[in-house]
Design a protein around this ligand. Structure first.
Ligand SMILES: NC(=O)c1ccc[n+]([C@@H]2O[C@H](COP(=O)([O-])OP(=O)(O)OC[C@H]3O[C@@H](n4cnc5c(N)ncnc54)[C@H](OP(=O)(O)O)[C@@H]3O)[C@@H](O)[C@H]2O)c1
Length: 274
């Protein structure tokens, strides 16, 4: 049986764990002792550890073939430790490990502000803030670990929504509000079921390299808010074009590469009621 690790078993990890357990023995990690019992029910093995602990990482990877890195920083100050230090520690530990494939859930934030233009995996990254710079560097560090018998697959995720993270929860507070800007910037979203589907696909097909993991049809912030608020019978937001928008990732992100690889999206368009 193949052994797989989910390093950072939060929303994405705990959604994926049941799928992976159908075919693999799964070890999941948390940094929080209180979550150990929950993870013990979700995974075959559960470990409390941080990604920058080299001894713990070496022990975690022992006899494993597949590694998903789905760590998420609890706040902006923790970005460097959560992403960069974890990536550097992993690269050191992967040198002499049994792991054959690493899959990492990153973010399309690395593309930066493209004025609403389409971007794909050949578009150079252009991080526009320290968090996105850390995410871009993390990708490079992880990719540097790849060799003939170790595939590294970077998934650049859109904003995550789905069961437990419904769009109405994310945007409900915007009901009736006045928002800065025109709302015409593009945004890219990905449903949790497609995250699980695409990670499972990437593992089954031993994918390597960079893949955008966003829905097929980007949506402007205004249209998204209109659709979500209308679907939930809430007052619409209005836009004040005299104030500049705070959104910094204005790009239409293509998922064509992942579709060309054979992945079929469950939700190619945003589902405002989910
Ligand atoms: N949320 C979004 O909309 C979004 C958008 C684009 C991309 N992504 C990507 O998807 C990833 C996963 O998202 P998510 O929603 O599943 O995140 P999440 O629910 O916050 O889960 C993150 C997991 O990482 C663990 N963790 C935090 N710091 C760590 C460290 N230093 N070492 C090891 N583990 C650590 C957390 O531990 P605890 O169990 O102790 O909390 C938790 O299990 C994100 O990090 C991001 O790269 C997310």
């Amino acid at each position: 049986m193949t052994n797989a690790v989910i390093l950072g078993c939060g929303y994405v990890g705990r959604s994926l764990a049941p799928r992976w357990r159908q075919t693999m023995t799964v070890t999941a990690t948390t940094t929080t002792l209180e979550r150990l019992v929950e993870l013990q029910t979700l995974a075959d093995y559960a470990v409390v550890m941080k990604g920058n602990d080299l001894a713990a990482v070496r022990s975690l990877l022992h006899n494993q073939q597949v590694l998903l890195i789905s760590v998420g920083a609890p706040n902006a100050n923790a970005y460097e430790e959560t992403y960069l230090h974890t990536a550097k520690t992993l690269v050191a530990a992967l040198k002499s490990s049994s792991v054959q494939q690493v899959i990492y859930t990153g973010s399309y934030a690395v593309y930066g502000d493209r004025g609403g233009e389409w971007v794909d995996e050949t578009t150079p990254v252009m991080p526009i803030n320290p968090k996105a710079e850390i995410l871009a560097e993390t990708e490079q560090i992880l990719l540097s670990a790849a060799h003939d018998s170790l595939k590294v697959c970077i998934l650049r995720l859109g904003g995550i929504y789905g069961a437990g993270r419904e769009l109405s929860k994310i945007f409900g507070r915007a009901a009736g509000s006045v928002r800065a800007g025109t709302g015409e910037e593009a945004s890219n979203w990905i449903h949790i079921d497609d995250i699980v589907g695409a990670i499972a696909f990437a593992q089954q097909h031993n994918l390597s390299g960079i893949y955008n993991l966003v829905g097929t049809v980007p949506i402007t912030t205004k249209e998204l808010l209109d659709r979500v608020l209308t679907a939930h019978h809430l007052p619409l937001a209005t836009w004040d074009g005299s104030q500049s928008s705070t959104r910094s990732y204005n790009a239409r992100v293509s998922n064509q590469k992942l579709r060309d690889a054979g992945y079929k999206f469950i939700y190619p368009e945003i589902q405002e009621t989910l």
